[in-house]
Design a protein around this ligand. Structure first.
Ligand code: MOS
Length: 761
């Protein structure tokens, strides 16, 4: 299975940070505090990359191929070049623009402007002009002659012998198999065997801030302000594209209005902005429009999953088998994963086969738990059906079959596993038993409840370095490389500093996500940000604390062990009246700054730290219109320690809202006649709104008090929050109506048809 993120293995010889004892009770961490940048976010004064304006800045726009598959025969730019305000026109033949393009680590598969256009929306040329309107006018004046080629957009058709080849090597990108035990024998001996084919939609990333970069050159030095999940990853890729030393590329990410995985890898728009800036010796901003980002900046590919499962009458799950098919779109990416199938439940006999293909469509990118929600959709509905078939409650059936080790990795033990508690506590808080047995019919409405479980697979890249700087007046500067992609990373990290140094949150300033001035942190993706950076932040704060207490001990003539830091003061434990404000410490004034350096601990050896979850849905199906209304959602998550209750709940509710879209409304539609996307706008591509999200949402944190995963005890939450939601809704729809919906989304139209079929109309 492809990982979208760097290998989580340790680096040999890497400096090891000091061991810290695990936190017990915390005073600040875990509370529900307002975001440190809440005012800026709410008042609109926060400057996102999309808001950024530099002196003399030009605006660039991209000319895109309108055909699903075509060859560029000729590009005529003379008319555009003569238009008012135009400062640069870039095409494949522009000197400096012949850049080989990497979609992943396996060598270039394309060019910045490739004459072979493999999807409708592919970059063909670009214009930079004084205003964005002048740039658009000039872009429209560029004449491109295309040789239109036959296309393929369907994954199964792409595998046929006579299918148009998206790439010269053919359309098959990867086929893999996984197996353990004896699946055939298990199916033969099982009391119950069932299965089906499930399909999930192609889901589009819809971050509020679209894809945008601002580039400026100072001589040979490139600075890029980028709406990105990872400044260090972006720095590396830009250095490769422009053949520059890393030190000559500075990437800064002030605020990010969401990314959901699509802002992990470099987009062509960033390189085009940098190229245009170099050609014009002016700063250049390139903001991809919503319509174009839907075409070109990523998606969660549709999955077709054929599942088969077996159980004994006593409720033992004995076999699981899955065949996965998905398309990465036109360029290398990942499309499917059997991880959940092979890891969530204890099952001795399991087999999976995956097939990924190229099609003439926009390329897939990482998307909030890549490939997991589709697998949960198929697996958790199949588990639900198995439970019914053997006459067991789905909660009980799951509890009977929980995995205790990671079967995918030689039965690696977990540092902690709170899945049992998630299911038990979740069911209790949700009122599962009474909701399961309440009357289902209410006129033409039918009500039902369902649940689904999940887990996430990425333990995080273990390295990050953080600086904490204490000033003479007791205020603090936190310096970390991680982007805050809207999840509240800055708030969580400030709370970690406040916990250790006892300074109020308002006294902590944060510098972050700048390759020039902050220290390495992995990209904010894979639900790793808090997991990886918070232990480094804690270590840096503890480093400061050690130095500070040494100064205080000398001044107060007491042993350092007898002193604590609280409310901006050094407090002797046995004589609180003798507390001294930090600003009054002479030794601190003399030094002016105390700097602490923190590094992330390695992962524990021989164990793996992963988060788990269970979600519960209560739905109402209108049997006349087919509409599904989600009345209630509950999420019980074991993501380790709750670092900040407010951001925790935000993540859970956001993940579930996205799950409502995945389960009920979202679906990229490609026209079979032309291969073009017909719903690349927010009117026709339906993400859930506030009116689709239930008023009654409950977040139930399960903290297993994991002292082994890392020194803060957090395990990652952003992605798990999205994994089981749609499957739980589908199971609730089944409970309400007796209709098993195999294809997501559960649109009203599909529901009406299935209800009619069930009635025998
Ligand atoms: Mo995520 S899809 O790793 O941002």
């Amino acid at each position: 299975m492809k990982h979208y993120l760097p290998d989580p293995d340790q680096i040999p010889g890497e400096a090891q940070p000091q061991e810290l004892p695990p936190w017990g009770e915390t005073r600040v961490v875990g509370r529900s505090l307002s975001r440190v940048d809440g005012y800026e976010l709410v008042s609109g004064t926060a400057v996102y990359t999309l808001d950024l304006t530099l002196p003399d800045m030009l605006h660039a726009v991209i000319v895109r191929c309108p055909h699903a598959h075509a060859r560029v025969v000729r590009v005529e730019t003379s008319r555009a070049e003569a238009m008012p305000g135009v400062r640069a026109v870039l095409t494949a033949s522009t000197p400096g623009a012949e850049i080989p393009w990497y979609f992943g680590d396996d060598g270039p598969t394309s060019r910045l402007f490739d004459s072979h256009c493999r999807y409708a929306g592919e970059e063909v040329a670009a214009v930079a002009a004084e205003t964005v309107h002048q740039a658009w006018d000039a872009a429209r004046a560029i004449e491109v002659e295309y040789e239109v080629l036959p296309f393929v957009i369907d994954e199964a058709e792409a595998l046929e012998a006579d299918a148009p080849a998206v790439h010269e090597g053919g359309n098959l990108t990867e086929q893999r198999e996984f197996a353990r035990g004896d699946v055939e024998a298990a199916f033969a001996e099982a009391d119950v065997v069932l299965g089906g084919t499930f399909r999930t939609p192609c889901e589009l990333h819809a971050p509020l801030e679209t894809f945008v970069s601002v580039a400026r050159w100072d001589g040979d030095r490139l600075t890029v302000w980028d709406s990105t999940q990872g400044v260090f990853a972006r720095q590396q890729e830009l250095a490769r594209y422009f053949r520059l030393p890393l030190t000559s590329v500075r990437v800064i990410c002030p605020y990010v209005g969401g990314g959901f995985g699509a802002k992990l890898s470099t987009g062509k728009y960033t390189v085009i902005a940098a190229l245009a800036a170099r050609m014009t010796a002016r700063p250049v901003k390139l903001a991809v429009t919503r319509e174009d980002s839907f075409l070109s900046e990523g998606n969660r590919p549709a999955n077709t999953i054929r599942l088969k499962a077996a159980a004994m009458r006593d409720g033992t799950l004995t076999a699981l088998e899955g065949e996965f098919l998905g398309s990465v779109g036109a360029y290398p990416s990942g499309a499917v994963s059997p991880y959940l199938l092979l890891a969530l439940y204890d099952c001795a006999n399991a087999r999976a086969a995956t097939t990924e293909v190229y099609t003439n469509a926009g390329r897939a990118r990482a998307f909030r738990a890549p490939a997991f929600p589709p697998c949960a959709w198929a697996l958790e509905q199949t588990i639900d059906a198995l439970a019914e078939e053997i006459g067991m409650d789905p909660v009980e059936f799951r509890l009977k079959n929980l995995a205790t080790v990671l079967q995918l990795r030689d039965d690696l033990p977990y540092t902690s596993i709170g899945l049992r508690e998630c299911i038990i506590e979740g069911a209790r808080e949700f009122g599962w038993e009474s909701a399961r047995s309440r009357p289902q019919q209410d006129g033409h409405l039918r009500r039902g409840v369902g649940m689904a479980a999940g887990m996430w697979a990425y333990p995080g890249e273990p390295r990050a370095t953080v600086f904490v700087k204490l000033f003479a007046d007791g205020s603090v500067n936190l310096n970390m490389g991680a982007s805050d992609i809207g999840t509240g990373t800055k708030t969580v990290m400030a709370m970690v500093v406040a916990e250790e140094l006892g300074v109020p949150l308002e006294q902590i300033q944060i510098e972050h996500a700048d390759t020039g001035t902050t220290q390495y942190a992995p990209a904010s993706g894979g639900s790793q940000t808090v997991v990886v950076s918070s232990p480094a932040v804690r270590a840096a704060a503890v480093d400061v604390k050690g130095q500070l207490l040494e100064i205080a001990a000398a001044e107060l003539e007491r042993p350092a062990e007898g002193l604590v830091l609280r409310d901006g003061q050094v407090v002797p434990i046995d004589d609180e009246g003798a507390a001294v404000p930090l600003a009054e410490l002479r030794g601190l004034r003399q030094r002016q700054n105390i700097v602490g350096v923190g590094r992330r601990h390695p992962h524990p050896e021989g164990k793996i730290a992963l988060p788990f979850c269970a979600q519960f849905a209560d739905v109402e199906v209108n049997t006349l219109t087919g509409e599904v209304r989600v009345a209630r959602l509950l999420a019980a998550h074991d993501s380790g320690r709750v670092m900040s209750y407010l951001t925790y709940e935000n993540q859970v509710f956001g993940g579930m809202a996205m799950g409502i879209g995945f389960g009920l409304t979202e679906d990229r539609v490609l026209d079979s006649q032309t291969g073009k996307m017909v719903n690349h706008n927010w009117h026709d591509y339906k993400i859930p709104t506030a009116k689709d999200v239930p008023l009654e949402q409950t977040c139930v944190p399960i903290d297993p008090h994991d002292t082994e995963c890392n020194t803060t005890g957090a395990k990652g939450l952003g992605e798990p929050a999205h994994i089981p939601t749609a499957a739980a809704i589908a199971n609730a729809v089944y409970h309400a109506t007796g209709v098993r919906v195999h294809d997501a989304p559960i649109t009203a139209m599909q529901m009406v048809r299935l209800l009619a079929e069930t009635r025998g109309d």
